[in-house]
Design a protein around this ligand. Structure first.
Ligand code: OFO
Length: 175
């Protein structure tokens, strides 16, 4: 059993992960409309992952005899100034999620809630990976620069990342 405060905090995290899922879905749609197929595929996968992050907390709350709440999700932006600005927003959102996870870790420590502490380890690792990935993407976008073919090259770079991620997911499914 978790405390009322922990339950409310985890329910807020459900909302944050749910918003990330919708934000990334909106980004996938914008990328599609701009002809950036690799970026669209990447954002669709990120959106599905965020839904999984949301559900993991949802099931955890139920497992520890709490009440998981389905959140209202704010309308995400539907258009973006550029692909660089889009990925900057993804990175900023991931940093926000990381800070929020760390706050829940603080609360779990204060409450000696070892079960939730253990549950949160997966999220700490996931956030480290996500932030590193977004920094890599932003670095590549900056390296490519703003030449006439830049959007094409950026989309190709994201396709390479898609191929790596798909291969890793297939290997994990086989294991
Ligand atoms: Fe679940 O916030 Fe990103 O990874």
């Amino acid at each position: 059993m978790i405390s009322e405060k922990m339950q409310a905090t985890l329910n807020r995290q459900i909302e944050l992960e749910g918003y990330a899922s919708f934000l990334y879905l909106a980004m996938a749609s914008w990328c599609d409309s701009e002809g950036l197929e690799g970026c669209a595929k990447f954002m669709h996968r990120q959106s599905a992952e965020e839904r999984d992050h949301m559900l993991r907390i949802f099931y955890y709350i139920s497992e520890v005899d709490g009440h998981a709440k389905v959140p209202a999700i704010d309308q995400p932006p539907l258009t973006f100034d550029s692909i660089q600005s889009l990925f900057e927003q993804v990175y900023a959102h991931e940093q926000k999620v990381t800070a929020s996870i760390h706050k829940i870790v603080d609360l779990a420590n204060q409450e000696n809630d070892y079960t939730t502490l253990n549950f949160l380890q997966w999220y700490i690792e996931e956030q480290r990976e996500e932030e590193a990935l977004m920094r890599t993407i932003l670095d590549r976008i900056k390296l490519i620069g703003g030449g006439p073919m830049s959007l094409y090259y950026i989309d190709q770079e994201i396709e390479k990342i898609n191929a790596i991620e798909e291969k890793a997911a297939a290997a994990e499914a086989e294991a």
